[in-house]
Design a protein around this ligand. Structure first.
Ligand code: NOJ
Length: 555
């Protein structure tokens, strides 16, 4: 694969509502991001992915866009965004926007006009079906039927996600053209590219036929009929040719469920996108089908197998976007390390494990501080519409209120959405007002001020790790090198990064106990790690609890 400029990036994801509030209304904003650019530059990241900042009623915190070419006033205006792009550029930081084109908000002018007048051109921008009962039994991602009745008419509209997120009808050529013009308009404004939301859902099964029910609600998960359906490639090719291919930009697809054998179509040399997120390893504890609410047990070996299977497929076809956290996932420290979530060595080890995989690393805000989940004690403390739905569905499945709350706590998207803790002061310096969502209880201890410039902190570790990948003596191998799995004991994840000239073994001990591994050769040299000492003797290495170490093979 020919080298691409964006392979060198380290991308930092910002959830704008929770990053930094510059005007005291309790909601983070664009100026807040600009204020914190020095922090991001110090950390060493090279691009920001900013979750949606478009005009929106915020039912799904911006993933419900009511005007694609205007910004949400609570986040700021176009001047603020231009200033952010300019100021970021001075620090060699690029800006990636979120692109939400599977659905809009029901408050979008198009949808409002479609409701007002079924004869209007906008009616066909969405998916309506006439009748006085639901056209089929598909369940939306956020629960309940995918169909919502149009008030006052014998008609239903379709939504893959929430009720206030009607799906756009990609079968309509005029709509596609309007979307493409909008995408080009943004790219012309100087943004570096897009993370593209829920893009595997744009093609539906046009027979709209019922599926086998898979829950007590007698509905069937809609993904079976709406995700990666035959024909999606035509839409995606057109999207690419009419927009991305005309600009120097980078695209990352949130395209869940793409079968591995189709990865080439998505991210191959002539793929629809540059990179893709693979959720298979992140979903390793999520049960599917009628037992969806269960949390599956998993082992370190299973995590390793899933990660490496993904890496090998991606290597065959293209380039992955690697992550352990985002705004839809629980905090990685809590999820993957469980009772060791407060162990700094463990948090650093986990960070390094995914960071040196082949691909572009994504860091979610607060991950660099080792932030943890926020256990809520009642449903009133949640904002996320998916958590509220999961609670209701758990009760319907027969779980007690206590069990339902436990499940929601483990999974909730609000775990990662708590406001960013800048310091130990009131509301962590996030806002001078009252934050829209509670801070985590740990913020007096886990915050940026307590870690930045402090030796041994998780922040300083991330900073050093980024610098080592970007500018260290082994940068070329760590960025461009190939990857292959390496056999190791049950609590250890290991892989090899290599070029023709250089070979680096990467070992990560997920256990709180010492673990002995055998290296392929004697005379190998440790080049980087999270602990001061590496205990090697001949071919034997005694990994200390939660040790991460990179070892170079001597030529
Ligand atoms: C995926 C986004 O990451 C999530 O936050 C959102 O709710 C859905 N897509 C719907 O847009």
């Amino acid at each position: 694969m020919a080298r691409k400029w964006w392979q060198d990036e380290v991308i930092y994801q910002i959830y704008p509502k929770s990053f930094r509030d510059s005007n005291g209304d309790g909601i983070g904003d664009i100026r807040g991001i600009t204020e914190k650019l020095d922090y991001l530059e110090d950390l060493g990241v090279t691009m920001l992915w900013i979750c949606p900042i478009y005009q929106s009623p915020m039912d799904d915190n911006g993933y419900d866009v009511s005007d694609y070419m205007a910004l949400a006033p609570e986040f700021g205006d176009m001047d603020d965004l231009d200033e952010l792009i300019r100021e970021a550029d001075k620090r060699n930081i690029k800006i990636m926007m979120d692109l939400v084109i599977n659905h809009s908000s029901d408050e979008h002018e198009w949808f409002q006009k479609a409701l007002e007048d079924p004869e209007s051109r906008y009616h066909d921008y969405y998916i309506f079906k006439e009748g006085n009962e639901r056209p089929n039994n598909w369940r939306s991602i956020f629960g309940g039927s995918v169909w919502e009745k149009v008030p006052g008419r014998d008609e239903y509209y379709y939504h893959t996600f929430g009720k206030k997120q009607p799906d756009l009808n990609w079968e309509n050529e005029e709509l596609r053209k309007v979307l493409f013009d909008m995408v080009n308009w943004w790219l012309d404004r100087g943004i570096a590219g897009f993370r593209i939301d829920a893009i595997s859902f744009i093609k539906k099964d046009l027979t709209w036929s019922d599926r086998e029910p898979d829950g007590v609600d007698r509905l069937a998960k809609c993904t079976k009929a709406t995700r990666n359906m035959p024909g999606i490639g035509e839409f995606l090719t057109e999207l690419k040719e009419e927009t991305f291919a005309r600009h120097r930009c980078v695209t990352v697809a949130e395209a869940a469920g793409v079968p591995y054998e189709k990865m080439g179509e998505f991210i191959g040399e002539n793929g629809y996108f540059d990179m893709i997120f693979d959720f298979r390893y992140a979903d390793l504890d999520i049960a599917s089908g009628s037992e969806w609410f269960k949390r599956l047990p998993w082992t370190v070996k299973e995590l390793e197998e899933k990660i490496m299977a993904s890496q090998m497929i991606m290597q065959k076809y293209g380039w992955p976007a690697n992550f352990i956290e985002n705004h839809d996932q629980p905090r990685a420290a809590s999820k993957y390390l469980k009772e060791a979530q407060d162990n700094k060595d463990a948090v650093k080890m986990m960070g390094a494990m995914y960071f040196f995989l082949r691909g572009v690393p994504f860091i979610y805000q607060g991950q660099e501080l080792g932030m943890v989940n926020f256990e809520r004690t009642s449903m009133e403390q949640f904002n996320d519409l998916s958590s509220i739905d999961q609670y209701q569905r758990s009760l319907e499945e027969g779980l007690s209120g206590e069990e339902a709350l436990r499940i929601v706590n483990l999974r909730s998207r609000d775990n990662a959405r708590t406001p960013f803790p800048w310091n130990a002061e009131k509301y962590g310096g996030f806002t001078e007002g009252t934050p829209w969502l509670n801070m985590t209880e740990e913020y007096p201890r886990i915050n940026a001020e307590a870690q930045k410039g402090k030796e041994g902190s998780i922040y300083e570790f991330y900073k050093e790790m980024i610098a080592f990948r970007q500018h260290g003596p082994y940068s070329r191998t760590l960025i461009e090198g190939n990857i292959e799995p390496v056999r190791s004991g049950e609590d250890v994840i290991s892989y090899r990064r290599f070029t023709e000239e250089e070979s680096i073994y990467c070992l990560f001990n997920f256990s709180g106990k010492e673990r002995t591994e055998t290296l392929p050769n004697t005379g190998m040299v440790p080049i980087w790690g999270n602990l001061e000492q590496t205990h090697m003797n001949g071919k034997t290495i005694k990994l200390q609890p939660y040790q991460a170490v990179l070892i170079k093979e001597n030529e």
